[in-house]
Design a protein around this ligand. Structure first.
Ligand code: 13P
Length: 271
């Protein structure tokens, strides 16, 4: 059995005090031992403080992004070694918000502004390799825009993103990694992808890994669903065979809701 994995992506939320309160709430409400791998991904300035709070619990720390270089003149960037030095074990790579694939475009925002964070298939692959070099487990996000779905391109878009992310990795690495299927149109919109459809695309991801790497690696690696996962839809999602957990935005900002998701995954996946 694959260990289910629920990760909270706090995005650009929480000052230090708020992050400490949220992490403390999660730890206090979780009933250990956990059968589910739980990860919280606070913003960079809060990583170390959150690590202090979760260090003796079963909750792991993740970052929301990183640069691939070791060190140097890269103003504003954070290296893999910096992340491990504050206790990170996971790192989210290629979130659609970092690929400039926002679900909604603010008024007055141009295409160019959307690309401000600049991740693409190539940077995602370099970052994944850098993560492995530093013993960080990458959570690689893939997913289609609404316009791509409407044109029937979902599977092709997702497959291409998966193939690009896997370039140059060996089967042992791939077996430990995590993919997150996050249809861009379902992120922060309250519009959840139907559980069966989410599962179908997660299976497409697994098949892509099987065809490019190995069937063994494909069966071992975990695929999360992300996009408006909430306490009232989590059970249907977790019942699906190819969904191994969730990458959660909004609902990870309330300790009670997040713990409800973790408990549901454990109940359904671990029996
Ligand atoms: P929401 O759960 O807020 O839709 O965000 C999903 C997401 O992008 C997680 O990375």
């Amino acid at each position: 059995m694959r260990t289910p994995i629920i990760a909270g992506n706090w995005k650009m939320n929480c000052t230090l005090d708020e992050a400490q309160a949220l992490a403390s709430g999660v730890v206090a409400e979780l009933e250990e031992p956990l059968c589910t791998q739980v990860v919280v991904c606070p913003p960079f300035p809060c990583l170390e403080a959150v690590h202090q709070i979760i260090a003796t619990s079963g909750v792991a720390l993740g970052a929301q992004n990183m640069f691939w270089r070791e060190s140097g003149a890269y103003t504003g960037e954070v290296s893999p070694a910096m992340l491990t030095s504050v206790g990170c074990q996971y790192v989210i790579i290629g979130h659609s918000e970092r690929r400039g694939r926002f679900g909604t475009v603010e008024e007055g925002m141009t295409e160019g502004l959307l690309k401000v964070f600049g991740d693409n298939d190539e940077t995602v692959n370099i970052k994944v390799k850098a993560a492995f070099k530093h013993d960080l487990t990458p959570i690689v996000c893939v997913g289609e825009l609404l316009a791509e779905r409407e044109k029937g391109l979902t599977d092709a878009v997702v497959r291409d993103q998966v193939f690009a992310a896997l370039e140059g990795l060996d089967a042992a690495q791939v077996a430990t990694m995590v993919f997150a299927y996050e249809p861009v149109w379902a992120i922060g919109t309250g519009e959840v992808c139907e559980a069966e459809e989410a599962d179908r695309v997660c299976k497409v991801i697994r098949q892509a890994v099987g065809s490019k790497v190995s069937e063994e690696a494909a069966q071992a690696m975990r695929v999360q669903y992300g996009g408006s996962v909430k306490p009232d839809n989590v059970e249907g999602l977790m019942r699906q065979p190819d969904i191994d957990g969730g990458l959660v935005g909004g609902a990870s900002l309330k300790a009670g809701d997040f713990v409800t998701l973790v408990e549901a995954a454990g109940r359904i996946k671990c029996g």
